[in-house]
Every structure is written in C-alpha cells, then in structure tokens.
Design a protein around this ligand. Structure first.
Ligand code: ZN
Length: 374
C-alpha cells in the first residue's frame, strides 16, 4: 500500500531515527566473541571465527579490501580492516558492518553502497506522515515487539539493495487487519496481524513491495502532481477573475463613452469589441487549462495501478537481491487470500482502491516468476 497525504501534515512529532551505533576504527572496535553476520559496506561475508577473530575467505573480500589474490585462503578481517583504516559498527540487527573510512568521513561514497546514510526532507516527511496516521487513526506503535529485530534485519537488508543512502524505519502497529504501507522513502509500517501471518521470505516480499514504493519516488511524484493540480485550479480561477474584470471595465467604458458624447450604438459596439477580445483570450487560455486538468485526471486514474505493478516487480527483485526467495510476496498474498483477507492492500483512498485485486496480483507475480526462472 502507498500512503497518500491528503493535506499538509500539521502534526510535527519528533521521532528519533536511531539507525545504528557510531562507527569506530576496526582496531578499537569491541569485536564480540561470536556473531552471526559481517558485511563489508553492504555485502554479506561468510565469516569463520577463530580465537575470537573473524576470518573471511580471501576470494570474497580481496577486491573490496584491495588485497592481493595470493596468500592464505582466509583473511583475518580485524587485521585487514584495521590496516586499511576501515570503520566498523554494530547494527541493531546484530550484524557487524564495516565501511571504508573515506566514505564515512566525507559522506561522499563514490562506490554504490558506500554513501553515508542520512535523512532527507522526504524521509523526515515519511516519518511525519506515519505519525499523523497513528494520531488520526488512533493506532498504537508497538515499540518492543519481539519481532522488531527480525523486521529491522530483513528491512535493512532489502533497503540496502536500493543503493540509496536513506535511513529506513520499520514500525509495527497494533491492528487485527493485516496491512503494510510505505509513508514515503524511509518509512514502512506493518501491522501485528500481518507480521504474525508471514514467514521470513514472505515478510521480505511484503517489505520489498513497500520499500519499492518509497525508493521509486512514487509518493514524491504524487505530491508534485498535487502541487501542479493546485496550480492549475488557481490559474483557472485567476483567468475567470481577469475576464470578469475586463467585462466590468468594458461596461465602465460604455458609460464614459456616452458621457463623452458618443452615440449609443457606437458605445455599444466598442463595449462588444472589448468584451469579445477578452473572451477570446479567456477561451484560448482556458483550452490549455482544460487540457492540463484532463492530464491530471488521467494521472490519478492510471498512476496507482502502474505504481502497484512496479512495486510488486521491483520489490520482488529487491528481496531476491537481498538473498530472500523471490516468490515471498506471491506466497504472502496467497496466504492472505486463503486467510480470507481478500481486500488486503485494497484500502480505499480518494474513493479508488489503492491496489489491484489480490488474485490479479498473484497471477501476475506467478507469470513473472516463471519468466524469471527460465
Ligand atoms: Zn502497494
């Protein structure tokens, strides 16, 4: 689902974006005695663990760390990262993430995935949108849910695949109706009932869909379109005002002409001429405005479906790129359909359902998967 802001959000809630612990030089990092995952930039590394230090297969890390291809098959990561001045940190999902120092220090990663994560106007607005939904719909944000760490881990795995340096917040809200939505690039929420239904791959599929909505700037496009539509309405009103003013002026001129001694028919002729030319200008400009209005109508008629198909397709690719099964979203939708949540994602926004029917989506995803596996 894609959240649509129907008005300006007046509620400004400060939500802390706790992305991760600060990065420290690899040599000073308090490496734990055991851990699950290590990532260089965003690439997962299969580490072994010897005498309290992580060792990685040389062929996996040689290129990223600019090591020679020759040497021991396993590389002592603490040593290698310290030598190259890399910075490491512990992410909220328990993964250790290492970044090249230049990218962290300057904030200008030139390689994909090395750019430093930071807030943008869009990501701040996404969080505000979420906060206003919670306030308006009286939803409870569950902050200590036992599956929060899992949600964060899968969500950030997928968000990283977008190769955009945006901090993402994954929130859980209390709701008996399974649902998930993106409120802008950087914010996704999922309901407790939806979370309870899905396994990891299915959750990755659902998160992929939502993250795709944000990463493809669909909500930002909609906001720009709304701004343009407001401008068209304002232009049309200004045009009508100008026509009325011109007609009034022509009327005033008529009485001045009579007072100045012109004949009634001459004054009337002059009035008609002035009015006609004002109307001609009005009609000409109005045609352009009508065309613009029709374009806005078309946009709102076709954009939602296009966006949803794009989110299904892009989301599936993101989830697969992050290492999850590509059929996760399809299976999630099948599960929701079987559990009789046939209206999943079909919440009405501005009178039109936001998503194609669930059966249609499953069919399309199935076809895509078949083409993909060929
Ligand atoms: Zn959607």
């Amino acid at each position: 689902m894609k959240f649509k802001a129907t008005g300006l959000c007046s509620i400004l809630l400060l939500v802390q974006l706790a992305w991760s612990d600060p990065a420290v030089p690899a040599a000073d990092f308090a490496w734990p005695n055991s851990f699950t995952r290590v990532r260089l930039i965003s690439v997962p590394i299969n580490c072994g663990w010897k005498d309290g230090r992580p060792f990685a297969p040389r062929d996996q890390v040689a290129r990223t760390l600019k090591l020679s291809e020759q040497g021991s098959t396993d590389v002592d990561l603490v040593e290698a990262l310290s030598e190259k001045g890399w910075l490491v940190r512990l992410e909220s999902d328990g993964a250790i993430v290492a970044n090249p120092p230049t990218a962290v220090a300057t904030g200008q990663g030139n390689e994909l995935g090395t750019a430093v994560v930071r807030e943008t106007d869009e990501s701040r607005m996404a969080v505000r949108n979420f906060a206003s939904i919670c306030a308006k719909e009286r939803k409870v944000w569950v902050k200590n849910h036992p599956k929060q760490a899992l949600l964060d881990a899968i969500g950030s795995d997928i968000a990283r695949q977008t190769r955009r340096p945006i901090p993402w917040v994954f929130a859980i809200i209390q709701d008996a109706e399974p649902n998930a939505a993106c409120t802008g690039e950087g914010m996704v929420y999922i309901t407790t009932s939806n979370l309870a239904l899905l396994d990891q791959d299915e959750l990755a599929g659902v998160l992929g869909h939502e993250i795709a909505h944000g990463a493809r700037q669909q909500l930002a496009e909609d906001r720009h379109e709304d701004t343009r539509r407001d401008k068209t309405v304002a232009d049309a009103e200004a045009l009508s005002d100008r026509l009325r003013a011109a007609e009034e002026q022509a009327g005033d001129q008529y009485y001045r002409d009579i007072r100045d001694g012109r004949s009634e028919s001459e004054a009337e002729g002059r009035r008609r001429q002035a009015t006609a030319s004002a109307r001609e200008h009005y009609n000409f400009s109005m045609r352009t405005i009508r065309e613009r209005a029709q374009a806005h109508k078309n946009y709102h008629q076709f954009k939602p479906q296009t966006d949803e198909r794009q989110a299904d397709l892009v989301g599936m690719r993101l989830a697969a790129a992050a290492g999850y099964k590509p059929d996760g979203l399809m299976r999630a939708l099948e599960k929701l359909q079987a559990a009789d949540f046939k209206n999943y994602g079909r919440r009405k926004m501005l009178g039109a359902p936001t998503h194609p029917p669930i059966g249609e989506r499953i069919k399309t995803l199935k076809e895509l998967l078949q083409r993909w596996s060929r």
